[in-house]
Design a protein around this ligand. Sequence first.
Ligand code: FHN
Length: 437
Amino acid sequence: MKRLLPMTLAAVSLCGIALSSPAQEGYRPSPENRQARAWFQEARFGLFVHWGVYSVLGRGEWVMHNERIPIAEYEKVPPRFDPTGYDPAKWVAMAKAAGMRYITITSKHHDGFAMYDSKTSDYDVVDRTPYAKDVLAALAEECRKEGIRLFFYYSQLDWHRPDYFPRGRTGQWAGRPESGEWDRYLDYMDAQLEELLTGYGPLGGIWFDGWWDRPEADWRLGKTYATIHRLQPAALVGSNHHRKPFPGEDFQMFEKDLPGHNTTGWNDQAEIGDLPIEMCETINNSWGYNAEDGSHKSLKQLVHLLVKAAGYDANLLLNVGPRPDGTIQPEHVERLAEVGEWLRANGESIYGTRGGPIPPRPWGVTTHAGDRVYVHVLDWPDPVLALPRPTRAIRSARYLKDGREVPLRLDEDALLLRLDPAAADPVDTIVVLELGS
Ligand code: FHN
């Protein structure tokens, strides 16, 4: 089995000390931005799409680095990329049927290849592939039609551009000259971002990644973030730098970890800020299409990710890696449809809720909205579940599934719920507490 995870990212991010210039000091989000943040927090569930010419090789999006493929070799891949089966209407319909409210797609990943018609470089899907069409433009139009918000993932790290110099911790086998103009690379990046922010209609936001390749560098983030906020005030800026949010950012993401956790090793410095949070995860173990990766998570595992994320007051951005023909592998289409079915029955306990009031527990999490608290029992302890005594009166406790009453008793400092084993749900047993004044 090929190594699925990219080069030990933990090693990459751990040793970098951030010495770069401060980001957008003094940034105050516009009213539109605040509205967009509120929308984002209510949306709770989005589709992540890692798609690029690397899908042709079917070994994930890090193949160029992991297999030390020099640029001259890697440039033989785009001519083989011809996704005649690409149908954005199908992707958007799949996302909607899964209960997703937004899509975040890779406009450019670390290999530097643009999945749109860039005017600043011909290293893109229109100029270098037989397909020769702007895949982002077609998706943007479909999203607009279907009321799905579209975010663009943009890699600050670039293994192709010579001016990405001094090099960082990756991309050292690309075969570029040991020279280049870092500021010219940043100008190029800002120019591409301007194209994305002016050529595809209103965006949900920009999802940056790759800062961790050169954490000591001056990324001129203040200028870049200010440009985004100027061109689209409602667009949300987020960066997967695994640190506490920088000024100018509008949401915070955690990769493969619940907020505040660090099972991956790269979230050790990822302090939780006061911004809306999103957690991103794969359905199998790969972001980009990997023909060998059959470790697809079950419905239960995926719903637990969604519910736990909501219990931590975070969104879930769940990934697919489309195939080189533009289709999504059937296992992932199926999984997403199953999650959609679950959300059609239980969505009120996720959408528009906030995490808590009871912090995450070994048995599960809680979410709340208005006068309702949703107790998500994910791991069935025993017939009686003890919760901290609520500060407000309890009007009723019922199973979300069928409205049946759940017997309860209030003790001095606890609320005891008597759960009926026959009502146990194999995925998530949800008890709705209706609160009084
Ligand atoms: O290196 C990338 C990886 O390819 C993928 O894009 C993920 C998605 O969150 N982020 C980086 C790894 O942290």
